[in-house]
Design a protein. Structure first.
Length: 319
């Protein structure tokens, strides 16, 4: 357990440093704009390209793995949506609540944490999960909000915007380019590889620092009554579901299973607040969910990693 805590401390330490820095300097939210641009358009895409391009192409073609992972995630999403709907929430509110319990901070926290915990073998499953899950969320969110009436644009315009966002997102483009390089067997120039390495090394520190700043700029104003079961689902039941479904679906590499479980156990993504803000629905409560699940994950992630590294979660639970 001491080794696990030592592994997690730098991650939460960077978030805490960002949080404290934002509290002390009191910079406006707009001051974070260029750092977010660097993270989303340069550092994280470089990391995903690096991970994918150096992987054998046969490992990148595991559609069965990513389909199973997404199925498990959206099984939880559907249950949460139904619970919110039965509690007489609006369609839009139910959509955001379901995302709060099923959309983890896989982009900012996932790659660095999984690589530290499981080594380079976690590179491919992490890259696949981050890209394909984000793509699904980019598709499902506007589709659900269009049904809810939160998006007043014509359906064709909404569909075009969804396709554009998915096709041109830096994560998707960098991963696709990595696929092409891996399939072709080409060796990029040394200078280009060094540039990619420099950017990739900056991804985790910058992303975690920015996450801390973002949390500080969204103070806790209202604790939703739903936070109890949403936190339980996000931090405990979602990783348990992903583990059970992957174990039952087939014989996946243990590191792939554990990487998916670890990413499923991450706190609610800040993108959930972004979606709520975009449509003007459940905003304060979405912000509170991000903050509270992040704080609670300080306790739940060490336990999850202990269960994984201690052999309590065999990858072939259903041989």
């Amino acid at each position: 357990m001491a080794a696990i805590i030592a592994l997690l401390l730098p991650f939460f330490g960077l978030i805490l440093i960002g949080y404290i820095a934002a509290r002390i300097t009191r910079q406006p939210a707009e001051a974070l704009g260029w750092m977010n641009t660097f993270i989303i358009y340069a550092a994280l895409p470089a990391l995903f390209f690096k991970l994918v391009s150096r992987t054998p192409i046969e490992d990148l073609a595991r559609i069965d793995f990513i389909a199973t992972d997404i199925a498990a995630t959206y099984l939880v999403y559907a249950v949460l949506f139904l619970i919110a709907w039965l509690r007489r929430n609006s369609f839009g509110d139910s959509t955001i609540q379901a995302f709060a319990g099923a959309y983890g901070n896989i982009g900012y926290m996932g790659p660095g944490l999984a690589l530290l915990a499981f080594g380079e073998a976690a590179a491919v499953p992490v890259a696949l999960i981050v890209c394909f899950e984000n793509a699904m969320h980019f598709i499902v969110a506007p589709a659900m909000m269009a049904v809810a009436g939160g998006d007043k644009r014509p359906p064709t315009q909404v569909a075009f915007e969804v396709v554009r966002k998915v096709a041109l997102h830096p994560f998707i483009l960098s991963t696709a380019l990595g696929f092409l390089v891996a399939a072709s067997g080409l060796e990029p120039p040394l200078a280009f590889q060094r540039l990619v390495d420099y950017l990739a090394q900056a991804a985790a520190p910058c992303a975690l620092f920015a996450m801390g700043v973002t949390l500080a700029l969204r103070p806790l104003k209202r604790v939703p009554v739903e936070i109890g079961y949403l936190s339980l689902v996000k931090l405990v039941l979602l990783p348990a579901t992903v583990y059970l479904v992957l174990s039952a679906a087939g014989s996946f590499d243990p590191v792939w299973v554990y990487s998916a479980v670890l990413l499923a156990g991450l706190p609610t993504a800040t993108n959930v607040f972004v979606i709520s803000q975009q449509y003007g629905i459940w905003q304060e409560r979405a912000s509170a969910t991000v903050l509270i699940t992040t704080a609670l994950s300080v306790l739940t992630l060490p336990v999850l990693l202990y269960l994984i590294t201690g052999g309590f979660l065999p990858p072939d639970l259903f041989p």
